[in-house]
Design a protein around this ligand. Structure first.
Ligand SMILES: *[C@@H]1O[C@H](CO)[C@@H](O)[C@H](O)[C@H]1NC(C)=O
Ligand SMILES: *[C@@H]1O[C@H](CO)[C@@H](O)[C@H](O)[C@H]1NC(C)=O
Length: 359
């Protein structure tokens, strides 16, 4: 009976490994429903190799069903010597889908009363099934049988964005992790109860996306037009000539679905003074000497104002904000006559007031 069971198990496993070679055999790979096989986590589900990237293939991974696995990776081998059992590799190498026979020494059996079992090298590089335990096959062992039945684990979530860490056997705790670009909604830890139910429903991984970025006046976005963007996508901003970019020239879609910045294109300001020098960038200029008579967004412009009683000047600074630069209230633009006839008496050209005069 043991032998026929082993043979049928081998048959299923053989069919399963055949699925790599023939399309019809894919039908033979079980859906991902975890039963007796104890696993840490299943690799990503798939239907075709092309879903698995360049290093992996879509192969049948036992109870995980068709999964993206790296067939060249191996399971631990040789295994440390077991107590009361012998281990033999049935395949040429301990790589994916290789089979291993565990046989109890004479007079010993496993908890299910069989004297041998087959373990398969899984996509997670672990041998399938529990660590073998062979105990002396006494009547006592038979009497204790009900409590020694293999534990059935809780089922794993079927969400390719969701992976789990930990064991799904009764009484264990698992931790869920969402793939990057998605956020976990629900409990991030769970415990498998006696009756193979989880304490909480599996959480869901919501894919995060950013809405199309805001159009920018007086500039353009350098981006592929899409209705939504993935986390990490980057978009570049350019301003039309003579406008200054206020903010970074690139923005990125953040993990919370927002853009890292909202740059704007700001206009330059005409200087509201004609016949008086002003200080721009630390240098005293006639406004008409500045390029186009304009200053950049954010630039400070310092004006000269006349002391109300004395013949001396003091300064007042204003900032160009997106095309708007208002002169300080103390500033008076000289008349054309003053400018032409007495250029040296213009307020911007006379001596600065003594600080004491400005108290
Ligand atoms: C999104 O994340 C960024 C950076 O972590 C943060 O500055 C911003 O406030 C967040 N926005 C929202 C709507 O949570
Ligand atoms: C303008 O003046 C403010 C305050 O003194 C200063 O913080 C800022 O850096 C100046 N801006 C420029 C462009 O020089």
């Amino acid at each position: 009976m043991v032998r026929s069971l082993l043979l049928s198990l081998l048959g299923v496993l053989a069919l399963c490994s055949l699925s790599t070679a023939s399309v019809e055999a894919i039908e033979e790979c079980p859906e991902r429903i975890l039963g007796n096989e104890r696993r840490r986590a299943c690799p990503r589900k798939c239907q075709h190799d092309k879903e698995c990237g360049s290093k992996r293939q879509c192969l049948c991974d036992g109870q995980c069903g068709l999964s993206c696995v790296a067939p060249g990776r191996t399971c631990p081998w040789p295994l440390p010597p077991g107590k009361n059992f012998d281990v033999a590799l049935l395949s040429p190498s301990p790589s994916f889908s290789a089979l291993l026979e565990v046989r109890c020494k004479p007079g010993y059996t496993m908890p299910n009363r069989l004297d041998a079992t087959i373990r398969r090298c899984q996509g997670d590089r672990q041998w399938s099934g529990d660590e073998p335990v062979c105990t002396a096959s006494t009547d006592e062992g038979l009497a204790a049988e009900p409590t020694l039945l293999p534990e059935v684990p809780c089922s794993l979530p079927d969400d390719e964005l969701l992976s789990v860490q930990g064991s799904t056997v009764v009484g264990s705790t698992i931790h869920y992790i969402c793939a990057s670009g998605s956020v976990l909604v629900g409990h991030s830890d769970n415990i498998c109860h006696e009756n193979q139910t989880w304490q909480y429903p599996h959480p869901i991984c919501h894919r995060v996306s950013c809405p199309p970025p805001k159009e920018v006046d007086r500039g353009h976005l350098v981006a592929v037009q899409r209705t939504e963007y993935e986390v990490g996508d980057t978009i570049y901003y350019l301003c039309k000539k003579s406008f200054l970019l206020d903010g970074p020239n690139q923005v990125t879609c953040l993990p919370n679905g927002t853009w890292s910045a909202e740059p704007a294109c700001r206009a330059r300001c005409p200087i509201p003074a004609q016949r008086s020098r002003v200080i721009v960038g630390g240098v005293k200029h006639w406004p008409y000497d500045l390029t186009d008579g304009l200053v950049a967004h954010g630039e400070n412009v310092t004006f000269f104002c006349k002391h109300p009683d004395k013949l001396c000047s003091f300064t007042a600074t204003e900032v160009c904000v997106d095309g708007q630069l208002t002169p300080p209230s103390c500033y008076l633009d000289p008349t054309w006559l003053q400018f032409k006839l007495f250029p040296h008496r213009l307020v911007s050209e006379i001596d600065a007031c003594d600080p004491a005069d400005l108290q």
